[in-house]
Design a protein around this ligand. Structure first.
Ligand SMILES: NC(=O)C1=CN([C@@H]2O[C@H](COP(=O)(O)OP(=O)(O)OC[C@H]3O[C@@H](n4cnc5c(N)ncnc54)[C@H](O)[C@@H]3O)[C@@H](O)[C@H]2O)C=CC1
Ligand SMILES: CC(C)CC(=O)C(=O)O
Ligand SMILES: [Mg+2]
Length: 386
């Protein structure tokens, strides 16, 4: 399930000094289904740590709506300090109806953006790999999705999500809303290098997605990406696609893609779209990384799913698989990451499904969020004993 190794990062520095006997994890449960999927994920991680004989300590910290309610700040200083002090950061999801009409600085999403920016997590890797067990869970035809294995490399700290100026002003007697889609050359170069490394370790095929036919910022994106690939990754087979076409091609024939590199907003949208190839947004993990040395944030691609929050219906596998990415990329624990991946596949092989990945007449057993976490833990324990 996991993507190939990342470019030099925290994991490579850790492997140089050897594995640690115990790790501290900042745990950001956030909002909505966050506490439910976090509980399931923590219990899986504790099972893995016990089986492998290393220690894990979790430091809970507030983010998003929960932090607004508690301390009137969606990314409080204490949370930033806990993140910086940790070996790695596990995040569930933020957001909810309750905070939707708050002023922008008091919205959960502002906290998430602040965390990504302040921790310098400019690269978000979102693997969308179709598992054979879940082909029927996709709304697309078997022949379209079977064998799909895509890695979206999304720029995470720039673009229209961060650009200035922004706001809603009254101009000539009416309200005008505006944001600025902006990228510096240096920001494009560093994400292009991550994508070049990732693509090189996969099939060598990289598609850069932009809107250069209309947007100047996209023309710069295209030019800089082309230069970086020509100069530093000559073996990478680079193509370019406009984002509207990419959205269509992802559904028409997704197997044409291997690695996709794109800006923050296009990557946000295209990765949610790619989740439907896999079967559910509840299956898509992600890794947010920055320069070597700092902790990454490992988080599902989905949001807080307020429509099912508190009902024990959420699929915890996206967060559990994000925890596997954390073990591999931040903690240098490849074997233990694989334990989780294998256990997830074995549970799916065993015919267990949460509601989002269950199809009519599939003969599978419907599980709640907690029960799915328990099944993965049980599977790890029985695989270790075998
Ligand atoms: N990284 C994050 O924390 C993100 C937060 N959000 C926030 O989440 C809130 C809800 O946003 P939506 O647009 O509804 O997106 P969403 O991703 O929360 O939900 C979209 C749909 O997918 C379903 N879904 C999502 N995760 C699931 C899971 N693990 N298991 C089963 N079903 C799942 C939901 O029930 C819903 O029907 C908003 O406040 C939004 O800003 C949205 C995206 C990312
Ligand atoms: C909630 C937004 C800040 C971001 C988002 O949708 C995402 O990162 O997937
Ligand atoms: Mg999103």
């Amino acid at each position: 399930l996991l993507p190939p190794p990342l470019p030099p990062s925290r994991s490579s520095s850790l492997s140089a000094v050897g594995k640690k006997a115990s790790y501290s994890i900042a745990l950001l449960e956030g909002d909505g289904i966050g506490p439910e999927i976090s509980a399931a994920t923590v219990s899986v991680l504790e099972t893995v740590a016990t089986a492998a004989g290393f220690g894990l300590s979790f430091t809970p910290a507030l983010i998003g709506g929960a932090a607004i309610d508690a301390v009137q700040d969606p990314y409080p200083p204490a949370t930033h300090a806990a993140c910086e002090a940790a070996d790695s950061i596990l995040l569930a999801c933020i957001g909810g109806y309750k905070w939707d009409s708050n002023p922008r600085d008091m919205r959960p999403e502002t906290g998430l953006l602040a965390m990504r920016s302040r921790l310098g997590l400019f690269a978000n890797l979102r693997p969308a790999k179709v598992l054979p067990q879940l082909i029927e869970a996709s709304t697309l035809k078997r022949e379209v999705v079977e064998g799909v294995d895509i890695m979206v490399v999304r720029e995470l700290t720039g673009d229209v999500y961060f650009g200035e100026p922004k706001g809603i002003d009254v101009i000539d007697g009416e309200r005008v809303g505006y944001n600025n889609m902006i990228y510096k050359e240096s920001e494009i170069k560093r994400i292009a290098r991550v994508a070049g490394n990732v693509a090189s370790k996969r099939t060598g095929k990289l598609c850069s997605v932009d809107k250069a036919n209309v947007l100047d910022v996209s023309q710069l994106w295209k030019d800089v990406t082309t230069d970086i690939m020509e100069e530093e990754f000559p073996a990478v087979d680079l193509s370019h696609m406009y984002v509207d076409n990419a959205a269509m091609q992802l559904i028409r024939w997704p197997k044409q893609f291997d690695t996709i590199v794109t800006g923050n907003i296009f990557g946000d949208i295209l990765s949610d779209e790619a989740s439907m190839l896999v079967g559910s947004l509840g299956m898509l993990p992600s890794a947010s990384i920055g320069e070597p040395g700092g902790p990454g944030v490992f988080e599902p691609c989905h949001g807080s799913a307020p429509d099912i929050a508190g009902e024990n219906k959420a699929n915890p596998l996206a967060m559990i698989l994000s925890a596997a990415m954390m073990l591999k990329y931040d903690l240098g624990r490849d074997e233990e990451a694989k334990m989780i991946e294998d256990a997830v596949e074995a549970v799916l092989d065993g015919g267990f499904r949460t509601a989002d990945i269950k199809s009519d007449g599939d003969g599978c057993e419907l599980l709640g969020c907690k029960e799915m976490g328990d099944k993965v833990s049980e599977m790890i324990t029985s695989m270790v004993k075998a």
